[in-house]
Write a protein that binds this ligand. Structure first.
Ligand code: PLP
Length: 419
């Protein structure tokens, strides 16, 4: 099945970043994007302006938890926008109350708060921890996080992330330290009198889908209890069913004091949440606010997503299709001599035999498959939670063709060098 009307690109195009026409020169070039403009989406499929179809196994970096334009989301947004879009964050709206009630009930949290983005939820978690430190730990403020973690691109989130590129925006926010992930002794050694919280992703996404070991995360929880500091879990990507349970912490048998949610919660609209349990519930009026916090339209989307994910059999489907995807990827990785596969539910990372992930992503795009590469040698798969087995089978066919394209191109390049 050839979905493309254009001739296949030359092999060089796959490896070298071929110059292409920019869709617009007005857009700040802060994100490297392919030239296609996307106009339509349905479930696991996207169409560009030339009506070419792409299987989407990124889904807006895991934001579109129910796939593209699911009917429940369309209905929720249409109904809410007819009734009330935005009374303002200083007034109550029904959707916000419904969503925080449901989130608290189903995650065993005592309080919740709605925001716009994952980074913003992580900022708010850091604020909450510092507030708690002033109340209960003599002004302790330091947050320890993992040196390969990622919590977003705003200033506190960047400081917590220790990530690439941050040095260009110095001075960064002080009060953060970083330790290697999955290393309990290093974490223990880093805690000092000024430490107020430990902040981690249960499964690190940007680092290449690296799960915490159960020994580690349980140990971190124990350490926090013993030392009387807070555990913050960043579940912006792992939460809302992505890993086969509502929160990933459930699979570890761990309970954080503060949890952040984002991405999949809105199903494709900007929505995030901050959840707090027990002693961590200490915000008072005037300490956290935002024009669109608790926006009724976005909250209505969140209710629709959460109700869908919690419906009978949904998470079972995520676990089953997750296993099916994992098995298929493992077979393909073996066939093409690629490396380790890591993940849970419908969040997988595949390490490649060399730093060719960007070339594979480009080749996959030519094959009508959308993927992304969190690391130069790693591919990430975060399909819709509603993905079907036939979607997965089709994805594996396209990925095999992309691997083959890159292999051929690599061989040709090597020959070229040898001549
Ligand atoms: C994406 C992500 C964030 C940042 O969320 P934004 O909505 O992009 O600000 C934070 N933490 C984790 C674990 C993420 O995956």
């Amino acid at each position: 099945m050839n979905l493309f009307r254009r001739p296949a690109p030359s092999l060089d195009d796959l490896i070298l970043d071929a110059p292409h026409e920019l869709p617009s020169e007005s857009l700040m070039p802060t994100v490297a994007r392919p030239a296609q403009v996307f106009v339509r989406g349905q479930g696991s499929w996207l169409w560009d302006s030339e009506d070419r179809a792409y299987l989407d196994f990124s889904q807006g970096s895991a934001a579109n938890s129910l796939g593209h334009s699911p009917q429940v989301l369309i209905n929720a947004l249409a109904d809410q926008s007819q009734a009330l879009i935005n009374p303002g964050s200083g007034l109550h709206n029904r959707a916000q109350l419904n969503l925080v009630d449901r989130l608290c009930q189903h995650t065993g949290s005592d309080q919740g708060y709605l925001l716009n983005s994952g980074a913003e939820a992580c900022e708010a978690a850091i604020k909450l921890a510092r507030k708690w430190g002033q109340l209960h730990r003599g002004g302790a403020y330091r947050i320890i996080s993992a040196s390969t973690g990622c919590h977003g691109r705003s200033f506190a989130a960047m400081a917590a992330s220790a990530g690439a590129g941050a040095s260009r925006f110095e001075p960064l926010l002080p009060g953060f330290s970083h330790v290697p992930f999955n290393d309990l002794p290093a974490l223990h050694a880093a805690v000092d009198a000024q430490t107020v919280a430990i902040m981690l992703e249960p499964i690190q996404s940007e680092a290449g889908v690296i799960p915490a070991t159960e020994h580690y995360l349980k140990g971190v929880e124990r350490l926090c209890r013993e030392l009387g500091i807070l555990l913050i879990l960043d579940e912006v990507q792992t939460g809302i069913g992505r890993c086969g349970t509502l929160l990933a912490e459930q699979q570890y048998g761990v309970r954080a004091d503060i949890v952040t949610l984002g991405k999949g919660l809105g199903g494709g609209v900007p929505l995030a949440a901050l959840l707090a349990r027990g002693k961590a519930c200490c915000f008072e009026a005037g300490e956290l606010a935002g024009t669109h916090h608790g926006n009724a339209l976005m909250a209505a989307a969140g209710v629709a997503v959460l109700d869908t994910v919690l419906a009978n059999g949904f998470l079972q489907h995520v676990r089953e299709s997750g296993l099916y995807l994992g098995e298929g990827l493992a077979r393909l990785a073996y066939r093409y001599d690629h490396g380790q596969l890591r993940g849970h539910g419908l969040m997988w990372g595949l390490t490649l035999s060399d730093d060719c992930a960007d070339a594979v992503v480009k080749a996959a795009l030519h094959e009508g498959l959308i993927l992304n590469a969190p690391q130069p040698d790693c591919l990430r798969f975060t399909p819709a939670l509603t993905v079907s087995k036939s979607n997965i089978d089709e994805m594996l066919l396209r990925l095999a063709r992309a691997f083959a394209r890159v292999r051929t191109a690599q061989l040709q390049c090597r020959k070229g060098i040898a001549v």
